[in-house]
Design a protein around this ligand. Sequence first.
Ligand code: AMP
Ligand code: GLY
Length: 419
Amino acid sequence: MKVAVIGSGGREHTLAWSLVRSPEVSHCYCLPGNGGTAGLPKTVNVAIAVDQLGEICEFCQTEKIDLVVVGPELPLTLGLTDQLQALGIKVFGPTKAGAELEASKSWTKQLLVEAGVPTAFGETFTNPEPAQAYATKMGAPIVVKADGLAAGKGVIVAQTLAEATTAIAELFDQGFAKIVVEEFLPGEEVSVLALCDGKTVIPLLPAQDHKRIGEGDQGLNTGGMGAYCPAPIAPPAVIDQVQKQILQPTANALAKRGIDYRGVLYAGLMVSSTGEIKVLEYNCRFGDPETQAVLPLLATPLEKVLMACVDQTLGQLEPLQWHAGSAVCVVVAAGGYPGSYRKGDEIGGLAEAKAQDVTVFHAGTELKEGKVLTNGGRVLGVTALGEDLSTAIATVYRGVEQITFDGMYYRRDIGHKAL
Ligand code: AMP
Ligand code: GLY
């Protein structure tokens, strides 16, 4: 079986790493891939960017790809799945209509309200004045969200009304036509990634991300600085509740709108101190870095699971098998991230890290003349497994400490909250 993985991050390295472990997978093409996917068995990088839909389609058709797995949201929102499906190519990832779930906060809010899925109370606005009036009426803290893809910069949790005013003005100034203003939900976040074939929904083990750059969850938001799985905040009974009250009703609501959703339903959830669970957001793809902590625990071959989504046979699949214990992923970033950072620094210690029993997933790296160089803000995701979370944490940091490059930065408290 020939697979193609679209994307170049840590998530895509993890997807390719999982796929090629299966004897069923004979070839894996990463478009465009990174310095890590370049070194995987059975794998080649193909220099086609994720937004070059025509080139991706042509490549997949010429190479007779059996399954395309789309990593990031951008090609999904551009309609890559629709174009591949039109060519008769199997693809894991929702159509453009399904990707609205991530691309439009107001669309999703309406869908959730219609489906009776618990979410933060809020409203959509097309002008700053009524948005401001609504925020004033609701009071701070309050959350202001751009209605569109914003690379992680579209959500402002305003602690004061003055901050909300600035946020509302700035988002409209940036050109967003709509914004959502919603109630602030206190609690602890958890990411539940679920597989969906359009009818059946199967949740994966829950994970927790660490979105802020600094230890103790301080400082600027990032794409995610580390993750662990399973997250004890969402034990099996809670996942059962999430499945029944959130995931399945969402899948049903999508189907009711005529959307044939085959891909990941990624629910970003807030769990309150009393155990109430509400949806903060949906993403239409695997999480990054959650994937680097979730997939290494999955024992069922990934290609089998993804194919079942695409073939709409998830309901007939045997229950997913998982390795016992915990996984933790620590992201190693370039100095300055999430602000400006340098590229092109040589990365050392990768073999030494591996010797510590960790898996180093590459994110922003490239292989050049035999050297692995930094090529992005989030550079690596180092993952360790352990019989429990504290063992996994101890192992992962032994691995991370072997790695060297100029200006490297990582959080030292990944997973500590759950101990
Ligand atoms: P989102 O992209 O909607 O997940 O928002 C990004 C981050 O903002 C989330 O991971 C939360 O930390 C925070 N956030 C979003 N919505 C809310 C809310 N209603 N209440 C509290 N925090 C929120
Ligand atoms: N880890 C956050 C995301 O994938 O959006």
